[in-house]
Design a protein around this ligand. Sequence first.
Ligand SMILES: Nc1ncnc2c1ncn2[C@@H]1O[C@H](COP(=O)(O)OP(=O)(O)OP(=O)(O)O)[C@@H](O)[C@H]1O
Ligand SMILES: [Mg+2]
Length: 350
Amino acid sequence: MLTEAAARAALTSVPYPGLERDIVALGLVRAVTVRNDRVHVSLVLSTERDDVPDLLRAAIRERLKDAGAVRCEVQILPPEQAPGRRNPWAGRSRLPNVGRVVAVGAGKGGVGKSTVAVNLALALRDRGARVGLLDADIYGPSVPMLVGLEDGAKRVRMSDRKQVIPLEVLGLSVVSFGFFLGPESPAVWRGPMVGKAVKQFSRGVLWPELDILVVDLPPGTGDVPLSLAQAVVVDGAVVVTTPQRLAATEAAKAVSMFRKLAVPVLGVVENMAFAECACGRRSHPFGQGGGERLAREEGIDVMGSVPFDEATVEGGDTGVPAALRGPDTGTARAFARIAEGVTRRLTQAP
Ligand SMILES: Nc1ncnc2c1ncn2[C@@H]1O[C@H](COP(=O)(O)OP(=O)(O)OP(=O)(O)O)[C@@H](O)[C@H]1O
Ligand SMILES: [Mg+2]
């Protein structure tokens, strides 16, 4: 006969639609009771998407039936009707001193999120904003190298109240997970550890007065964006893709993840969109149209197309970001436009 423990175990194989984490790990399951072969599950759910309750009901029934339940009842409660239960979003608040938080994410790895995050931060700085950069890529922090702070681990200091004091470089206030991970940084972070680390990390920084904090996320729709959005109010997300179909498909997953996390998607940046030769002619080494298709299908804007640029690769390796090489390159112009779009959309946001 099915036990409550077995029923709960079965629920750990029900992912939240569009996320990699399951409904038990997300803290959504309020109660599971089993009488004879009949299972009653109640969930607490706060979502603006109408299809999620039905998707979850169907998935839960299927898994419980596989586990031996004969009848299943699934009750879904909005957070306000669930007394005594912690709302997973309740801890979310604004960071002191920080005006707006913008996350840079993507579904796929290696599409240029970190490059975009750094150059966007610099382009926002050039517009006169006070800008912070938080490298939340716990699995492979690359911001220290991109901004020339490989020695960040040695230089970073804590305040008397044990808060991280950001390092100042290129006119930005920068904090990276890379400052706190040893050379053999663990790729073995498990879900709950990630959640805790991201929460501490995002809230435990003594930021100076900032207009905008740009957050570089790891690839994918895993624990880091989820934990970040649960810990702090994220005002907007920029989703990076390359023109390839696969990258655009993965980026669509990131778009739907941000929506589920109640983070407004400001738009998509198509990186390595084209190459330009000295004569001004454009070619498309990585294909064409992925960003536009994504934008059309998801009802969002393309905020900018960043060219493939040899100098960006070199810049990434030498700590001189592309946006620093003067306003006259195609890359710098693209980032100026993206920064303008981000600023405009953030001020439109409620
Ligand atoms: N527009 C560009 N032109 C040429 N090279 C680029 C461009 N954007 C990024 N790159 C290069 O592509 C590689 C990956 O970029 P980056 O590290 O920014 O991607 P990422 O999405 O942050 O990767 P990860 O998923 O590992 O975090 C780097 O070597 C970078 O220099
Ligand atoms: Mg990166």
